[in-house]
Design a protein around this ligand. Structure first.
Ligand SMILES: Cc1ncc(COP(=O)(O)O)c(C=O)c1O
Length: 489
């Protein structure tokens, strides 16, 4: 039937369902959609509320309510004596579809953040993704029990809590760090974070002025260099080379002695794996003291040392100079999103203030569960057990890679801790290309070259070895060997 101004056609509404929420809301949404699709045109008259109610088999009040809502949203207009129409103004504004199609000019920062999303996309939990928890060796059962026990008490939802973090957890962490990592700290210095990534972000917020130079290791964890780039500090990043003793402090002094902050991974250089030697530790601390600079110690996986005891934290040698960052992502679960910063007294309020502005604090229920987990001895037991599991996984991955991959194509960087290995690739093999082909073939690989500052970065892969079955590791190693062979031809 042709549409006329006098006899408006009943628009196609679809079916309204009595058990799917208020009918007036469903009707309003259906008419909104009809306008968006262009089925109801600007200025087009609408049927009377009575006619529409009859056609749809609903009460007139339901239709009136839906019309009123759309008039309030500016989608319909109602004039005394002239009935209700689709608003004329919609003629000039693009429909939501048209809007979607238009390319939006993004601010430079938005583009940079969008690239981070691609770069940090989580790898599927297949070999050789990093930080995959130790499967059956995980403390899932204890965790569930503690959660159930605490749910009715401390871990029950309550009002706003302490932004620095739950006191019981700060006490447990301070105690654990004093005895196992030689960290000097009291609970009032511990700030609970959502992981080391947030600790790094907070440190950049709190410690850096616009013009400050910053030391980072070369190669470095992209989680820190990407933050510095995102806050516009890229021209002030001093990429201090790493050799077999870790960060070359003398080289850093030669490049820029007046940097405000040095970001380091002294227990287990990321990604290469060597510890910072005692000589370099002393040199770094002496530099920081003379220059009144801060050191941010990222201690992401030192619990997992397989030959001998974990190295003591750098923080223990200079508690007033060092901000110590730790995480439960490696040793427990990355999905927990719980970590901590141990900060010198003078910085506690600043870190807590910055913390409040980001997200106030992490949800408290898991903080209570984790506090009980540490205080009741489960963490120590879990670390002992998981160290054995990872050591065994690591040996198996090393042997399997050596079995399948010819040593002239790829070779392993020596290391004795953590949850990953670095596999160097022969000249001519591009690590980004290998990672991309690997992804297609179902092998999770991270290229090393983006972690270097210089253009002539060596080519290599970061390989995680946590939580995978023998068979999956063998299959992945075989596929990787095949990929390397094919790309060498
Ligand atoms: C060197 C290093 N630092 C920090 C982190 C961040 O860990 P999270 O934010 O999960 O605690 C990671 C994660 O892989 C890492 O490898």
């Amino acid at each position: 039937m042709p549409r006329t101004a006098q006899v408006p056609e009943i628009p196609f509404i679809g079916t309204l369902q009595r058990d799917a929420g208020p009918l007036s809301r469903q009707l309003a949404q259906a008419m909104r959609d009809a306008v968006a699709r262009g089925e109801l045109k600007p200025s087009e008259p609408l049927p009377s509320t009575r006619a529409l109610a009859e056609a749809l088999g609903v009460s007139r009040g339901t239709v009136v309510e839906a019309f009123d809502q759309l008039v309030a949203e500016g989608i319909f207009s109602a004039q005394q004596g002239a009935g209700t129409r689709v608003a004329a103004a919609l003629d000039r504004s693009p429909s939501p579809r048209q809007r979607e199609r238009k390319t939006v000019k993004l601010p430079t920062k938005a583009k940079a953040f969008a690239n981070i999303t691609k770069e940090f996309a989580a790898l599927p939990p297949v070999p050789f993704a990093v930080s995959v928890p130790a499967g059956a060796a995980g403390p899932n059962e204890v965790w569930r029990k503690l959660g159930n026990r605490l749910r009715g008490g401390d871990a029950a939802p309550a009002g706003y809590s302490e932004p620095q973090g739950v006191l019981a957890l700060r006490e447990a962490i301070a105690d654990y760090l004093r005895r196992s990592r030689s960290v000097h700290c009291e609970p009032h210095q511990v700030v609970i974070t959502t992981g080391t990534q947030q600790g790094l972000f907070l440190s950049c917020q709190v410690l850096l002025e616009d013009s400050d130079a910053v030391w980072v290791e070369d190669p470095a964890y992209r989680g820190i260099t990407a933050i510095l780039e995102s806050i516009g500090s890229q021209d002030r990043i001093v990429h201090v080379p790493v050799d077999e003793e870790g960060m070359d402090v003398a080289a850093g002094v030669g490049m820029d002695a007046h940097a405000r902050v040095a970001f380091v991974t002294p227990s287990h250089q990321f990604p290469l794996g060597m510890p910072l030697s005692m000589g370099r530790r002393r040199a770094l601390l002496a530099w920081a003291k003379t220059n009144q600079s801060w050191i941010v110690e990222d201690d992401y996986d030192s619990e997992l040392r397989y030959a001998g005891h974990p190295f003591p934290a750098l923080q223990g040698l200079a508690p007033e100079q060092v901000i110590y960052l730790g995480t439960f992502s490696k040793i427990l679960y990355p999905s927990l999103r719980l970590g901590y910063a141990v900060v010198p007294d003078a910085l506690v309020d600043a870190y807590v203030g910055a913390r409040i502005l980001i997200d106030r604090y992490p949800p408290t229920a898991d903080q209570h569960v984790l506090a009980a987990f540490i205080k009741e001895g489960h963490l120590d037991r879990h670390i002992r057990r998981v160290r054995g599991v990872h050591a065994e996984r690591r040996t198996f991955v090393i042997e399997t890679l050596q079995r399948f991959i010819a040593p002239d194509l790829a070779w392993l960087q020596p290391s004795d801790q953590g949850m990953h290995l670095v596999l160097w690739l022969a000249d001519g093999l591009d690590d980004r290309e290998v990672a991309a082909v690997g992804r297609e073939a179902g092998v999770a690989l991270r290229p090393v070259s983006p972690m270097y500052a210089g253009r002539k970065a060596p080519s290599g892969l970061v390989l995680g070895f946590g939580g995978f079955e023998d068979k999956a590791i063998e299959q992945a190693a075989r596929k990787l060997a095949e990929i390397l062979k094919n790309l060498t031809k």
